[in-house]
Design a protein around this ligand. Sequence first.
Ligand SMILES: [Zn+2]
Length: 351
Amino acid sequence: MTQPDQQAPDLAAELHALLERLDADLAAAHNAEEARAAAAKLLGKKGALTALQKKLGTLPAPERPAFGASLNRAKDDAASRLENRLTTLEREAFERSLSGPPLDPTLPPRGLPHGHAHPLMSTMHDIVDIFGRMGFQVAEGPEVEDDFHNFEALNFPPDHPARDMQDTLFVDAPGNLLMRTHTSPVQIRTMLAQQPPVRVVIPGAVYRHDDDATHSPRFFQVEGLLVDDHTTLADLKGCLTLFVQEFFGADVSVRFRASFFPFTEPSGEIDCRCVVCRGKGCRVCKGSGWLEILGCGMVDPAVFRHVGYDPEKWQGFAFGMGVDRLAMLRHGMSDIRLLYENDLRFLRQFQ
Ligand SMILES: [Zn+2]
């Protein structure tokens, strides 16, 4: 602290009081800005020390040099007090930033948003998984097919009316190419590529000339094929009953109905008790109490002949189902187009 000059009691006391106030102001400053403002009240061009300096002339001449020296020391002193306070404030701010808010290890993590499978893909995965556990391997094939694999080898002759049910999109290119109407051509490709025994499950997209609440022009099927010796209709029935009960629940009953497909003989369809109304009859099952789940049958010997298998030696069964339909039944959806609109408000329900 600068000692006021004894020979100029009034001005010296004023100087002393100014430095005392500076100390108080600096101590009260919460940050560098407030500390600099406090110092500026003394040191600035319009500051108190400058004002005091102007009063130097009121002193008797002999006292002026000593008081002038006191003023200069006071300026240096005020500047260094400001520097000290700024250093302290900076250190305090740094220490506060180190300590921060107390760490709470029990807080749940903020978590990154993560996606999930589309209900169609998770349904398809579940179907494939059930057959995988029964020893079926996954087989895949092209979505653009030729007439031989999609129709002819599957026993659809060129003028057969069954082709009308599978009206599709044709590709404007040589080779009579079309968008496959079912996953069955992969059966043909698999059998052409290997000898029995065959046990494959075939997931994939297929195409039809359809577009309404229950039909989409592009949809998904899972198909299966088993070829072995001594394969019977009982194997088909046991395998597919087990599938339906694995997928919908063990308490769901199943019925077989005769049907027609060109590539199986005999052919059938499997219905299960309506999973919505448990058989009482509702809008989903159209009052019948039963839901059509899949088509199936014993492989027609004509198909075996197309791929070079001996129908006297080998028997097999095949089946196919619409993934969209099973996903809709499982989740109680009323419109197939919901599955293709990619509206996240809808899709987020199936996480
Ligand atoms: Zn029902």
